[in-house]
Ligand binder design. Structure first.
Ligand code: COA
Length: 147
């Protein structure tokens, strides 16, 4: 990879603003969803991670939530369009797997958009079932990995 990428937890209001903006720009804006739709009521109880370059530009984001004593869920994975395919997504997934292990979770689940299924397979996830259709067009697949 050409750039030095660091995975960190957003801390300041400014960092959270950049974190949510990338989530919005990659996962909501292309489908004309309203600003604010990128957040839900589990932000405070989740772990957040972002990939930044040497200029502190946010290039990737991910969130880890805890579903049960055994299970964690990866959500809102997004890498900036012009830096996709450089290994940033994999770094974020590995970081979150480690966070889930530290919290004694045994399995990590996620709802993969159809376009991302092969990415998650490369990260060791397998399809559990075809799940829901978002906004009438984006097919999702429930995937999981034992930690
Ligand atoms: C899907 C996404 C998170 C992957 O992140 P990324 O940084 O581009 O992926 P990486 O560069 O870490 O890829 C890791 C491996 O998966 C492969 N890969 C990445 N995206 C892929 C895709 N869409 N289809 C097939 N393979 C893919 C890479 O080629 C790489 O393979 P390698 O290890 O053999 O070299 C990112 O492309 C993205 O944000 N996409 C748009 C939003 C989205 O769909 N998010 C997921 C919602 S569930």
């Amino acid at each position: 990879m050409s750039k030095n990428i660091l995975i960190k937890e957003p801390q300041t209001a400014k960092e959270f603003e950049a974190y949510f903006l990338l989530r919005y720009n990659v996962l909501r804006k292309p489908w004309n969803q309203a600003p604010g739709s990128e957040r839900d009521d589990q932000e405070d109880s989740s772990i957040h991670a972002m990939a930044v370059d040497e200029n502190q530009e946010v290039l990737g984001v991910a969130r880890l939530q805890f579903n049960s004593p055994e299970e964690a869920q990866l959500r809102y994975m997004a890498v900036k369009e012009n830096t996709q395919g450089l290994g940033i997504g994999r770094k974020l997934v590995e970081h979150m797997e480690e966070k889930a292990r530290q919290q004694n979770r045994k399995v990590l689940v996620l709802q993969a958009r159809e376009n991302a299924v092969d990415f998650y397979k490369k990260c060791g996830y397998t399809i559990v079932e075809k799940s829901f259709l978002m906004w009438g067009e984006i097919q999702h697949y429930l995937m999981s990995k034992q930690l």
